[in-house]
Design a protein around this ligand. Structure first.
Ligand SMILES: NC(=O)C1=CN([C@@H]2O[C@H](COP(=O)(O)OP(=O)(O)OC[C@H]3O[C@@H](n4cnc5c(N)ncnc54)[C@H](OP(=O)(O)O)[C@@H]3O)[C@@H](O)[C@H]2O)C=CC1
Ligand SMILES: Cc1cn([C@H]2C[C@H](O)[C@@H](COP(=O)(O)OP(=O)(O)O[C@H]3O[C@@H](C)C(=O)[C@@H](O)[C@H]3O)O2)c(=O)[nH]c1=O
Length: 313
């Protein structure tokens, strides 16, 4: 349900209205320490993005009640394989709803932070994709997210659309937690080694836009727009699995699988409904240059989340 929280002391704070509070990125916004004043946060029960009839009015009322100075949409349909069978629902949540949210934000003069994905690209080549590369999604999820980007842009308000990749955190479902579980229960793991990208900690997807929002100077700032945001470096899902499992073993987790039993395989040997891009690399030069923000290596985020998981093990 929507919750209204008391305003805390202000130092050019962001008064955030958060949608998708229970997801990985939503939880990271809720846990943000610096400069984020959460004036309202909604989950699916409080604001169902699939309920397109009432979404605009409910959101408008929520804004009136909570008086944010930025709306963050961290809600999305993220079940990549299931989306192949539920494309209309994925499209409603990931494309039509963001269009409505962006229209409400634009009408009220509020900036919107919205997230998108590497899966808008077809993954050809091995060079990192830049923001101006032509998207060509391979999956229903990717198509719905691309349509969402376009709907946010079409609404005409100030926005930051942040395309990211391979998100993980200590909360929710993600590849890191799946692998950590399987590594403790299986003798062998088979993981694709021909898809490359950068695992992105949810916390980075809060820290960086907070910095960006603080730097942005009003409506006429030319830096509003679409950016790629992920850590530096890249790996394959297999490289990611080996790294996180070996780090966990070194930290004392009861890892059962031997390192040599984490087998690299091709995507064709791991059949799934949705086709994933082989190259999920995103170039982040635009963001780094426009906002003078340095990005950490992907391994640092993995280490941090493993430490957080260790503390509750
Ligand atoms: N996860 C990833 O690897 C990546 C994610 N992204 C993008 O980042 C953003 C955040 O993703 P992430 O936090 O990882 O995703 P999660 O799947 O962790 O969270 C998504 C949240 O959206 C909520 N949601 C789903 N459907 C609805 C609905 N109909 N109405 C309201 N809320 C709904 C979910 O609610 P509930 O908890 O009830 O299910 C969930 O809390 C998304 O835009 C995603 O597309 C981009 C690249 C990679
Ligand atoms: C569990 C498992 C997965 N895999 C493969 C399948 C797939 O190619 C790859 C990742 O699988 P997952 O299903 O965990 O990840 P997936 O749902 O494809 O993750 C994507 O989610 C959406 C929301 C995004 O926007 C993307 O950036 C990306 O993070 O790993 C293995 O090879 N072995 C395994 O044991």
């Amino acid at each position: 349900m929507p919750t209204k929280t008391a305003n805390t002391a202000k130092t050019a704070e962001l008064d955030v209205l958060l949608l998708g509070a229970n997801g990985q990125v939503g939880r990271a916004w809720s846990e943000a320490r610096c400069g984020v004043n959460m004036v309202a946060a909604t989950d699916r029960a409080g604001l169902d993005l699939a309920d397109l009839e009432s979404l605009g009015e409910t959101l408008f009322d929520l804004v009136q009640a909570s008086r944010p100075n930025v709306i963050v949409n961290a809600a999305a349909y993220t079940a990549v394989d299931r989306a192949e069978d539920e494309e209309p629902l994925a499209y409603a949540v990931n494309a039509l709803a963001p269009g409505i949210i962006a229209s409400v934000a634009a009408n009220l003069g509020l900036p919107l932070v919205h997230y998108s994905t590497d899966y808008v690209f077809d993954g050809h080549g091995d060079a990192p994709f830049v923001e101006t590369d032509a998207p060509a999604p391979l999956s229903a999820y990717g198509r719905s997210k691309l349509a969402g980007e376009r709907a946010v842009q079409a609404a005409g308000g100030k926005h930051l659309i942040l395309r990211t990749s391979w998100v993980f955190s200590m909360h929710g479902q993600n590849f890191l937690k799946t692998m950590l579980h399987l590594a403790q229960t299986r003798d062998q793991l088979r993981v694709v080694n021909d898809q490359i990208g950068a695992p992105t900690p949810a916390e980075l997807l809060v820290r960086v836009p907070v910095d960006m929002l603080r730097q942005l100077q009003g409506v006429s700032d030319p830096r509003w727009g679409l950016y790629h945001l992920c850590p530096a470096g890249y790996t394959s899902w297999h490289g990611y699995a080996v790294y996180l499992i070996e780090r966990a073993r070194a930290m004392g987790w009861p890892i059962r699988v031997a390192e040599k039993a984490i087998i690299g395989i091709e995507s064709s040997e791991f059949p799934v409904k949705a086709t994933r891009p082989l190259n999920s690399r995103l170039a982040t030069d635009k963001l780094q240059q426009a906002f003078d923000i340095a990005l950490p290596d992907w391994q640092a985020g993995v280490d941090q989340v493993l430490q957080s998981l260790e503390s509750v093990r």
